[in-house]
Write a protein that binds this ligand. Sequence first.
Ligand SMILES: Cc1ncc(COP(=O)(O)O)c(C=O)c1O
Ligand SMILES: [Zn+2]
Length: 366
Amino acid sequence: MATSYLCPQDGTRADVSSLTWCCPVCRGPWDLDFEIAAPIRAGALPGRVNSLWRYEEVLPLAAPTTTLGEGRTPLVPLTGTVSAKLDFLMPTLSFKDRGAVMLSELARSLSPARVVADSSGNAGTAVAAYCARAGLPCTVYVPEGTSPKKTEQIRAHGARLEIVPGDREATALAARAAADAPGTFYASHVFNPYFLHGTKTYVYELWEDLGGRLPDAIAVPVGNGTLLLGAALAITELRAQGLIDTRPALIAVQAEAVSPLAEAFRAGAEDLLDGPAGALSPTLAEGIAIPRPPRARAILAAVRESGGTFLTVTEDQIRDAQLDLAARGFYVETTGVACWAAVGGWKDRSVVVPLCGAGLKTGLAA
Ligand SMILES: Cc1ncc(COP(=O)(O)O)c(C=O)c1O
Ligand SMILES: [Zn+2]
C-alpha cells in the first residue's frame, strides 16, 4: 500500500504530497501509514553511510543529497547502569535534526512557495538549517523569551524569525494561521509524522550500538513528545521485525512547573485533563514547557504500553543536574539535563538518557 497520512482518531486519509498539515475532520495531527521495505539485518549495517540514513529499509524517504551528516551519536556510560546518548553532537546541536531532515526532504520534493515552522527554539533551528541546505525559504515562529543563542542561530541560517508575544501555545497558533496560506509547507515537528520517523532512529542506533538489544528503560524529556513517540515507533517496529523480544520501559520526564502529561498519567486519564492546565510556572526547561501537546493521547498510551511511567523534576534538580553533568565533562542545555536529573541515581536497571541539546544554546542556569 502507498504511504499516506492517516488520522488516528477518525481514519481520515490524505496523500503525502498534499500540503494539508492536519486532519481536515478533527484538526488533529496525522500518523503515517507506512510499511517498512524489509527487515533490517544487523549484519548488513557495517560499512553503510555513518548517519541515520544507514537504516534505509525502515525510513519513509530515500537518503537525500541535503544531509548534514545527522545521526550516529555516541553512547557513553555515566554510571554502572546509566548511559548517555550524546544527541547534542548533532549538526545543529540538538536531536531535532533527526526529524528536521525528514521534513525538509519531504518539502523539497513538493516545491512549496514557503516553509513555516514553530518551535521553542531547537526544532525551528533544525528546520532553518535543513531548509537552508535544501534552498527552501523558511519562516520560524518562536515564543518571546526563547534563548537568544537559539534565535541567533535561526537567523544565521537565513530563516525569517517571528517572535510571538505570549507562551508557546500563542506561537503555535500564529504558525498554524500562516500554515493555512496556499502553497505553504508546515514543517511541524508536532503535526507531521515524518518527523517521528526521523526521531525513531535514536532507538535504532541504540539497538545497533548495544549489539542488537535495548536497555531496560529509555528516559526521554517530553514536551510535544517527538522523541518519545519516535522511540515508541522504533520499539514497535523492532518487535514486528523480530529483532527484540522485550519492550524497554519508556520513562517520560517533564518539568514539575509544566507537567500536563504527568498529571494526566497519574490521574489514569487517556487524554489531557480538562480545564486550564495545572501549575504553569516559568521553567528552565524551555524545550518541554508545552501546556497542551496535540499528541497527548498517543504519548500517554505509549508510556503505559511500555510499562513505563512519568517523572517530574524541579527547577533546583535541573540546575544541579546541569552542573553535575558539566562536572563530568558534558555541557548540556537546561532541557537536555532533565532525564539525568530524574534517573541519574538509578542503580537497579539499565537506562539510557539523551543529552539532547548543547549547553551553549541556553548557557548555565542562573
Ligand atoms: C533539548 C530538548 N529536549 C527535549 C525537547 C522536547 O521535545 P518534544 O517537545 O518533542 O517532546 C526539546 C524540544 O524542543 C528540546 O529542545
Ligand atoms: Zn481526524
